[in-house]
Write a protein that binds this ligand. Structure first.
Ligand code: PGA
Length: 260
């Protein structure tokens, strides 16, 4: 079964009510004009905007995700948001293990795994982020780091339907710098092979592996054409509806290239 590409937008800590409403409204219009778009689209607004954006995107086919969740379903965790709360707001996805959580909030592989598991328990699809720092790449450790994060962040029960992997080199996030297509291909091939070892061939073959890190309309096609790149996790460029949409056009089978 071919993997259906996923174009995922991570809005991070950006936007007040009107900004989110405008962006969601613009995306809704684009998606409505392309009812047979051959990809899934998801946006992860800040928690404060999810409810409002959910109303605007309702019935549009664009799914919602959380940017993080707690590892437990409820309890005395001031300031945290649980996976069932995200599901209750209409989310279908939750991003876990983003490098900004790993470095800024001390999210370890074990914690990322607990968060991913909480997401699965709530019926969400977990987007598990992994990726090396610049020093690790320069030190020739990229595949070791990716293998360790993948091995230790994937929750028990992960499969091709409930889990998405996002490969995001830390040094490419928000910097305007990206790996070459060849470098991305090598890491994605490696991740696929590791998934075959851990999940088995069938589930590994169904698991979507996204690339993330300074993806823009101008460079998206170079990555999205690769056989083991099944979409993108987009930060900065997801804050402009036209740019986010244009990135999806980089897919080999994107709507602009599908014959009538
Ligand atoms: P960027 O962020 O596209 O702004 O580099 C990607 C991400 O952090 O998911």
């Amino acid at each position: 079964m071919p993997r259906r590409p996923l174009i995922a937008g991570n809005w991070k800590m950006n936007g007040l009510g009107e900004d989110g409403a405008r962006l969601a409204g613009a995306l809704r219009e684009l998606m409505t004009a392309a009812p047979d778009a051959p990809f899934d689209m998801m946006v992860a607004p800040p928690f404060t905007l999810i409810g409002r954006v959910a109303e605007i995107l309702s019935g549009s086919g664009i799914e919602l995700g959380g940017q993080d969740c707690h590892g437990e379903a409820s309890g005395a965790h001031t300031g945290d948001i649980s996976a069932p709360m995200l599901a209750d707001l209409g989310c279908r996805y939750v991003i876990v293990g983003h490098s900004e959580r790993r470095t800024g909030h001390g999210d370890t592989d074990a914690l990322v795994r607990a968060k991913a598991r909480a997401g699965l328990d709530a019926g969400l699809t977990a987007i598990v982020c992994i990726g090396e720092t610049e020093a690790e790449r320069d030190g020739g450790k990229t595949l070791d780091v990716v293998a360790q994060q993948l091995g230790q962040s994937l929750p028990p029960g992960a499969d091709g339907a409930n889990t998405v992997i996002a490969y995001e080199p830390v040094w490419a996030i928000g910097t305007g710098r990206t790996p070459t297509g060849e470098e991305v291909r090598d890491v994605h091939d490696f991740i696929r092979a590791r998934l075959v070892d851990t999940l088995g061939g069938d589930e590994a073959g169904m698991t979507r592996i996204l690339y993330g890190g300074s993806m823009k309309p101008g460079n998206a096609a170079e990555f999205l054409k690769l056989a083991d790149v099944d979409g993108g996790l987009i930060g900065g460029a997801s804050l402009e509806a036209e740019d986010f949409w244009a990135i999806a056009q980089g897919l080999p089978l994107a709507i602009s290239s599908v014959p009538d």
